[in-house]
Design a protein around this ligand. Sequence first.
Ligand SMILES: Cc1cc2nc3c(=O)[nH]c(=O)nc-3n(C[C@H](O)[C@H](O)[C@H](O)COP(=O)(O)OP(=O)(O)OC[C@H]3O[C@@H](n4cnc5c(N)ncnc54)[C@H](O)[C@@H]3O)c2cc1C
Length: 390
Amino acid sequence: MTDAPITIIGTGLAGYTLAREWRKLNADAPLRLFTTDAGHFYSKPVLSNAFAQNKIPEQLVISDVAVMAKQLNAEIIPHTEITRIDPESHHCYAGEVAYAYSQLVFACGATQRVIPIAGDASAVMRVNDLDSYQAFRARLTSCSAKRVTILGAGLIGCEFANDLALAGYAVSVLDVAPYPLSRLMPVEAGQLMQRALQTLPMTWHLQTHAQQITALEHGAYCVTLANGEVLDTDVILSAVGLQANTQVAAAAGLTVNQGIMTDAYLRTSAADIYALGDCAAVQGVVLPYVMPLMQGARALAKTLHGQATAVHYPAMPIAVKTPACPTVIAPVPPSQAQSGTWQITHDAPESTTLKALFHHQDGSLLGFVLMGKAVTEKQALVAQLSSGLS
Ligand SMILES: Cc1cc2nc3c(=O)[nH]c(=O)nc-3n(C[C@H](O)[C@H](O)[C@H](O)COP(=O)(O)OP(=O)(O)OC[C@H]3O[C@@H](n4cnc5c(N)ncnc54)[C@H](O)[C@@H]3O)c2cc1C
């Protein structure tokens, strides 16, 4: 180990949480963080429920970069992309400028997936940070938009759909799946979410996808779907999933799959290099949510401090920010998806309360979905849950 700083690539929730946790253990040793954005600290989950509250980007900043640098006693280098690393010599590079590190952490997040669409595909917007949120808001206001088309009915797509509908926009949601949130919940629960959101100004276009986008006059667009439907819209937002940022790690020879591969200690395949947050595949699994990165940051801070500590995940339920249908999901671990069955309790077709429990063949609880009044059962079920991830 050298006197060079511990270096973190990324100042999202993963980078900053790790920096905080590590500073609790080590007040003085040098710490450096890089980020391609401005480096302000904010909570990314608020991006998908900030419209209805009419929040401008500045109101989402919790602490600006100067405050963060002071609080963390760290050098934070904003608007700077790390383009290459050399694990042998322990250097990372922003273009031609080399920076030595003692230990390096990839906390470089994930990028929204781009799906090929013919025509004016550049009209498609994505929101994954403060800058893109600002651009999205500016587009909505600059063209006096009234209609928004959302590509993708997953967690983020549904949250934006609810938020934008509450903010007064007419929302169309597209997904190739037959029901929303299809990766996280059984069909009965997805259909309940669909019905609940449909009480807002919202239309669903399921089991289809956008094939062509054509610019119309006055800044509007026409979206042609694979099923032949045609939607006129003012703004198109894509929320079709994330792709971990693995390019810099892969180019340096680190092992990557869906993310930068790590063991339970968040160690990558290269000495003194770690990965955390949306960019990491911890023991092969990418968990792009806040709770896993918090657990990881606490463990990794100790490891960086010399006390090798494996990450252990407790049950980590996700609250879906869809006020039209309060929902909590404890996702079934992907490796266990075929190992059991869903048991659904739904009193009546029109009821907005539903409980879905996923049990392993051996009877143990592996995941759940709670909707409406059933969300009050969260704590009791969390206590029963064996996450299968730790
Ligand atoms: C709209 C939305 C709503 C969400 N809601 C929830 C929710 O309700 N609950 C939940 O648990 N999760 C939610 N998530 C997911 C959660 O926000 C993410 O898991 C988490 O914020 C990821 O943090 P991160 O630090 O790993 O990545 P990011 O926040 O993406 O940060 C990555 C950082 O790396 C920097 N960077 C990238 N490449 C480089 C490079 N080459 N050089 C230098 N810097 C680089 C970036 O500039 C940035 O600073 C949501 C996500 C979105 C998009």
